[in-house]
Design a binder for this molecule. Structure first.
Ligand code: G3H
Ligand code: ZN
Length: 310
């Protein structure tokens, strides 16, 4: 397992190098979405606290709110002061134009997501995106997605994904070979968002661990697990051991952000100083991120730190 300090002073390492090293160590890179500076501060604080590398992610909507170039500039600045690696991903990119924008802004990776269109079109459009992004910067890693994992890092009333469309190892291999992607995001029982019962800690997501192992063997590329919020801890560990290299968590952070902001505002209705209101929000989200990072790196986590996400 990764010892604390192993990854210190390696912030010059590339994303590919860090993913390769973590794979050898039986760990996964935690990917956490940010939509504002509070969330970004929390993710960086968790990396600094745990000494584990982090992957900061922003979907098209999050990039639009934050500003893709502004987020990239902030991450670049934070990286210069960090003793742990920090990477930036253009998560769930649905158009070539947005992929180009992210590549030119300095993102370390682009997650191409044409999973909603038929397989053949997904192959054609993802392949084109890989070529265009790599022409801008060959060092950028490109992720492709297949299968249905539902949409929306939100609290859902009912399950969003169609589990009849789980990725097969054959599809995975065909997709990787035809597109030239560096990272594959398959559908393996994962799904975006959380049910209310998951937010309350009464239910957990479960993964098809055997399928993950088969897809890894068939493709040989890095694998990303989307929709990580609310997943059973043991399934996370087994998924990493079976070949998952990156784990995306968003809804858990959003729930912590909202709950702690609500509490903070309610504490004193006369408080108007933003940094006094927002400081506990950063702390609360940081605790969620740190607990997930420790789990992804094989450290035992206090039972109170996960299970409920507030
Ligand atoms: O790309 C983002 C993730 O897949 C997050 O999913 O909201 O279920 O954690 P989640
Ligand atoms: Zn996702």
């Amino acid at each position: 397992m990764t010892a604390i300090g192993t990854l210190r002073n390696t912030s010059k390492d590339t994303l590919h190098e860090v993913l390769t090293r973590l794979q050898t160590e039986g760990a996964a890179l935690g990917h956490f979405n940010v939509a504002d500076h509070v969330l970004l501060k929390a993710v960086i604080a968790a990396a600094s606290e745990t000494k584990f590398p982090v992957f900061v992610g922003a979907s098209e909507g999050e990039r639009e709110f934050f500003g893709a170039r502004q987020l990239a500039a902030l991450v670049k600045s934070l990286r210069q002061e960090s003793d742990v690696p920090i990477f930036l991903n253009a998560d769930h990119t649905h158009s070539l134009a947005k992929a180009i924008e992210a590549a030119k802004a300095g993102f370390d990776s682009v997650g191409i997501d044409f999973s909603a269109v038929p397989f053949d079109q997904n192959v054609t459009r993802t392949k084109e995106a890989v070529q265009v992004v790599k022409a801008i910067n060959p060092a950028i890693l490109v992720e492709g997605e297949i299968g249905d994992i539902g949409t929306g890092s939100e609290i859902h009333e009912s399950a969003q994904a169609d589990f009849s469309k789980l990725t097969t190892p054959q599809e995975g291999r065909q997709f990787v070979e035809a597109t030239g992607i560096d990272i594959l995001a398959p559908s393996v029982g994962n799904r975006h968002g959380m049910l209310k019962s998951m937010v309350e800690g009464k239910a957990k997501k479960h993964l098809d661990i055997e399928r993950i192992g088969q897809i890894k063997q068939a493709t040989g590329v890095f694998l990303t697990l989307h929709g990580g919020s609310g997943t059973d801890d043991e399934h996370f560990r087994k998924a990493i051991n079976s070949g998952i290299n990156v784990i995306h968590i968003n809804t858990e952070l959003r729930v912590a952000w909202r709950e702690s902001l609500t509490d903070s505002l309610a504490r004193d209705s006369n408080e108007v100083v933003p940094y006094k209101i927002l400081r506990p929000v950063v702390e609360s989200v940081k605790q969620v991120v740190s607990a997930r990072l420790r789990l992804f790196h094989g450290e035992s986590v206090r039972p109170s730190a996960v299970g409920t996400v507030a």
